[in-house]
Ligand binder design. Structure first.
Ligand SMILES: O=C(O)CCC(=O)C(=O)O
Ligand SMILES: [Fe+2]
Length: 359
């Protein structure tokens, strides 16, 4: 969309109705940051009552960041993710991802390749754990987690299908791939078709949840390590039938309970229903502590519910959020979602400098 302007604003006091502002008056932080960073400013509008806004001439459109909540979720507009991105736009998206941990990109028209290409700008991709399950044929490319309720022939799955039982685990609060030694950094979930009611995704801000803890609890949690396993979350649902091959393919892994997000320096809880015992604590005490922390972190004030529209792409930071899918009539409606998942750089204990004693 080169040549167009993001949003116009007339400076009535200056008498110059030609002066236009780069960003919406409601979003001054991003406008100034983008302008300063990308050198798109041609002149300053000093007469304008909103003197902090920069005036520009005809320039390529910058992205628009529209907060949905003050510091957790934002919508991103004026961007077409099916095309290679301007480096400046990518920087702006990553800045927004640091401030907000959930970004919504509405109305994106993406092929599987375009979805993956955008995901790769955040880092190396995971391959789906369905590769460990020999009983399913893949419906989408192996780089995707198939989050649909569809079988390989695009028909709605059966009530007792193994895929359905397995995916019920997504209804529990979790963060993606914390059961892998190298967990997920970011997930990018794309809605190709959605049910008319239900099937929302809830997100919890674990940075805000950490910051709201009493100081003595923060001290108590520092340095603690939990053991995560996908079989813990499935066992919570009573789903325990796994082959030795599946169990050996995904052994339990240690993860720090509190972590620091390098880009912002903010501390965050790191929780999931994949978490089981806490190292160095009696198992019931550890499990009770984790359940209590999940209850704390998922209080209303920390949670945003995303009601999907077709062609929404939603990205979240798995390092500092939990999420869960909400119920819908999955035997009636098609819900076709595919998720690309970006790996973290190292195990969380390694990132936090914690040495875990052998179990
Ligand atoms: O189905 C949902 O809304 C959540 C799916 C999920 O947990 C994921 O894609 O990581
Ligand atoms: Fe998930």
């Amino acid at each position: 969309m080169p040549g167009s302007l993001q949003q116009s604003h007339s400076c009535s006091n200056s008498g110059s109705s030609e002066i236009r502002l780069l960003v919406s008056p409601t979003l001054p932080i991003y406008s100034k940051a983008c302008v300063a960073r990308y050198g798109r400013v041609k002149s300053s509008c000093t007469i304008c009552p909103q003197a902090s806004k920069m005036a520009v001439e005809e320039l390529p459109m910058a992205i628009t960041v529209c907060p949905v909540t003050p510091s957790f979720v934002a919508e991103i507009g004026d961007i077409d993710l099916s095309r290679p991105l301007e480096p400046a736009d990518l920087v702006a998206i990553k800045d927004a991802f640091t401030t907000y941990a959930v970004l919504i990109f509405p109305d994106q028209h993406l092929s599987q390749d375009q979805h993956l290409d955008f995901a790769k700008t955040f880092g190396p991709l995971e391959t789906t754990i369905a590769l460990f399950r020999k009983d399913t044929k893949l419906r989408v490319r192996k780089e995707f987690a198939d989050v649909s309720n569809l079988d390989p022939d695009n028909a709605v799955w059966g009530e007792n299908s193994r895929q359905r039982l397995f995916q019920l685990g997504n209804r529990l609060w979790h963060t993606d791939s914390s059961f892998k030694r190298l967990p997920a950094r970011a997930s990018l979930l794309y809605a190709r078709s959605i049910p008319p009611i239900g099937g929302h995704t809830e997100f919890a801000d674990e940075r805000a949840a950490y910051e709201a803890l009493p100081e003595n609890m923060k001290r108590r949690l520092q340095g603690l390590v939990a053991e995560h396993s996908i079989f813990n979350s499935r066992a919570r649902l009573g789903f325990t039938e796994f082959s030795d091959e599946e169990r050996q393919g995904m052994p339990p892994v240690p993860q720090a309970l509190v972590r620091t997000i390098p880009e912002s320096g903010r501390k965050s809880l790191y929780l999931a229903s994949h978490a089981g015992r806490i190292f160095g604590m009696p198992e019931p005490d550890g499990r009770a502590l984790i359940d209590g922390l999940i209850a704390h972190a998922t209080q209303r004030q920390f949670v945003y519910t995303h009601r999907w529209r077709v062609n929404d792409l939603v990205i979240w930071d798995n390092r500092c959020t939990m999420h869960r899918g909400s119920e819908f009539d999955d035997l009636r409606w098609k819900r076709d979602m595919q998720r690309a998942t970006v790996s973290d750089v190292a195990n969380t204990c390694e990132q936090e400098g914690i040495t875990v004693a052998a179990a």
